[in-house]
Design a protein around this ligand. Structure first.
Ligand code: UDP
Ligand code: MN
Length: 242
């Protein structure tokens, strides 16, 4: 029997939301025994997102977890998707007993073989992420199969300088750590979460994707769109599209 994979996806309302989730859902539909936790940074779930999820035939839960007002007001970098991911962790603690979870942003690109890799996770696994930071890659570095450090364009004093899409965690491992949580600290979300999994050290990492020789996830970013044209539909009496 295949262990369940819990995919924790933060998302928020914007013109790109449905296209991003459509693309991502079509990836997940090719993978067995997925449970998709889609968590919106909002007070109310978006109806169109629920409909999309229902159409996929995937096991899913559609939850909401708004970013606290004090972070929303803040100028500069905000802790994006942190409320959502912590809500996902709370769901796992309440509902899951085994399997593996993975934080998968809605705008990234995933090779379906990544999910076969992630399923091998016993405690915490790591693997490369392409198109990440100015180096174009974020990855553990292995020399002759031995871990020697991290390659990342933004080390910034982090113990675990990795991308959100670059690691997976076993549910049992999380359940043994009741205090593990993601901090509301822009740029340090991954590091803070991985440190909160103590006792857990770099020597404990399980390396996947051919000992980190294959890129199976990309930190792609969709350009912002400003669709004003559909408003013209009003002139033609078609209000369905708005
Ligand atoms: N996100 C969110 N609320 C926001 C901004 C982003 O829930 O106000 C989600 C977004 O949908 C994505 C994740 O948080 O799944 C990371 O955001 P983004 O992709 O914008 O960050 P970046 O790629 O720049 O790290
Ligand atoms: Mn992104």
């Amino acid at each position: 029997t295949l262990e369940p994979l819990y995919i924790i996806t933060p998302t928020y309302r914007r013109p790109e939301q449905i296209p991003e989730l459509t693309r991502m859902s079509h990836t997940l539909m090719l993978v067995k025994n997925i449970h998709w936790l889609v968590i919106e940074d909002a007070n109310v779930a978006t109806k169109q997102v629920t409909r999309l999820l229902e159409r996929t035939g995937l096991k899913f839960d559609h939850l909401t977890a708004p970013m606290p007002e004090k972070y929303k007001q803040k100028k500069g970098a905000k802790p994006r998707g942190v409320s959502n991911r912590n809500r996902g962790l709370q769901w796992i603690r309440a509902n899951a007993t085994d399997g593996i979870f993975y934080f998968a942003d809605d705008d990234n690109t995933y090779d379906i073989t990544l999910f076969d890799e992630i399923r091998k996770t016993k405690r915490v696994s790591m693997f490369p992420v392409g198109l990440c930071t100015k180096f174009g890659l974020s990855s553990p570095i292995l020399k002759n199969g031995k871990f020697v450090g991290f390659y990342d364009g933004w080390i910034a004093g982090r113990k675990f300088p990795v991308d959100m899409a670059g690691f997976a965690v076993s549910v049992k491992f999380l359940l043994e750590r009741p205090n593990a949580t993601m901090p509301f600290k822009a740029g340090y979300e991954e590091d803070g979460f991985l440190k909160s999994l103590a006792p857990f050290e770099p020597r404990d990492i399980e390396f996947l994707a051919g000992n980190c020789t294959k890129v199976l996830a990309w930190h792609t970013q969709t350009k912002k769109n400003d669709p004003s044209a559909p408003l013209d539909m009003k002139l033609y009496g078609n209000t369905n599209l708005i």
